[in-house]
Ligand binder design. Structure first.
Ligand code: FES
Ligand SMILES: [Fe+2]
Length: 327
């Protein structure tokens, strides 16, 4: 039995870097969705993602490619490509072969993140990612960043939020939290309420999460301290995901107090990740799970998930994107 019997890599927006990791003139090799990709930021400030392998003789543009203006030059024979993947110069030829083009991936910059649109059939973006009011606001701290490579799948990680019983048995919450999930198109909103232990005794804590497809999500914690967690999960090949968690804490008291309270919550999330990890990395996905009535909104979650898959092999992305751009 395949561990993850899903028909394609999921469609959606996925973080490939933080915005400040890619400065103008910089080139970055990427491996996501089972593909080799290259990211670069032109001197005009716009970030681009292209298929990495040069259509000429196959050099990887992420290793030795150089940015010139808003284009990238191949390290092998110096063919030059624009941000849409079109070849704009072959320095030793008079005629540019018309099919000289790299697959181009839509990119947006939001909330300090760079995100790429993946669609298994190369379709254009079907939704947007909103600006978050907390990010960059003077009352909120800059991101604290955590990153993991995990042997699991986007859908498996996302299912955690609606799997209320595991919070008690895996993470040791005082009770089994209540959990309500609502699907609105590409959005899934989940609200969980639970008793949280504090040095001053138990209080009612609330966790509200919004998933924008499988790649980008927000989790807002209230109860002890208001915290925003931006979650980012990207498929690497079929077996692993690249996970980035970015925390911002609402400032309270002086900087030391904020840092202390924020650090406690972040440590707790790190602990939860350590607890979830051995389960995720070794479990299989049960397409027809045997559930009990108290299991919570797992059915709502799984129906929402279906919209992000295309029953097409994912290998056609670049070719179809290029064909679409040429048409
Ligand atoms: S392989 Fe890229 S220019 Fe020849
Ligand atoms: Fe968990």
């Amino acid at each position: 039995m395949a561990r993850f019997p899903f028909p394609s890599f999921p469609n959606g927006w996925f973080q490939f870097a933080y915005a400040d990791e890619l400065s103008p003139g910089q080139v970055m090799p990427l491996e996501y969705f089972g593909k080799q990709l290259v990211a670069f930021r032109g001197d005009d400030g716009a970030a681009h993602v292209l298929d990495a392998y040069c259509p000429h003789l196959g050099a990887h543009l992420g290793h030795g490619g150089r940015v010139e203006g808003d284009t990238i030059r191949c390290p092998f024979h110096a063919w030059r490509f624009d941000g849409e993947g079109k070849c704009v110069e072959v320095p030793y030829a008079t005629r540019i072969p018309p099919t000289a083009r790299l697959g181009c991936w839509p990119v947006i910059e939001r909330n300090g993140l760079l995100l790429v649109w993946h669609h298994a059939e190369g379709k254009a973006p079907e939704f947007d990612i909103p600006e978050l009011p907390e990010v960059g606001h003077e009352d909120w701290t800059p991101y604290r960043r955590l990153r993991w490579k995990l042997r699991t799948h986007n859908q498996e990680m996302a299912e955690n939020a609606v799997d209320r019983a595991h919070f008690h048995f895996v993470h040791g919450t005082m009770d089994v939290p209540t959990s309500e999930a609502k699907a609105e198109g590409h959005l899934l909103r989940v609200v969980s309420k639970s008793k949280m232990m504090t040095p001053r005794g138990p209080i009612d804590g609330q966790i509200s999460s919004v998933n924008h497809g499988f790649g980008f999500g927000t989790v807002r914690f209230s109860g002890i301290v208001e915290t925003l967690l931006v979650t980012s999960v990207v498929p690497i090949e079929g077996e692993h995901v690249d996970v980035r968690f970015s925390f911002s804490v609402k400032k309270i008291g002086n900087a030391d107090v904020t840092r202390g309270v924020g650090a406690a919550l972040i440590a707790d999330i790190e602990k939860q990740m350590t607890e979830d990890r051995p389960i995720w990395e070794n479990k299989v996905y049960q397409p027809r799970p045997v559930l009990c009535e108290e299991d919570g909104p797992i059915g709502v979650f799984r129906r929402w998930c279906q919209q992000f898959y295309t029953a097409q092999p994912p290998s056609t992305h670049g070719a179809l994107a290029a064909a679409g751009a040429a048409a």
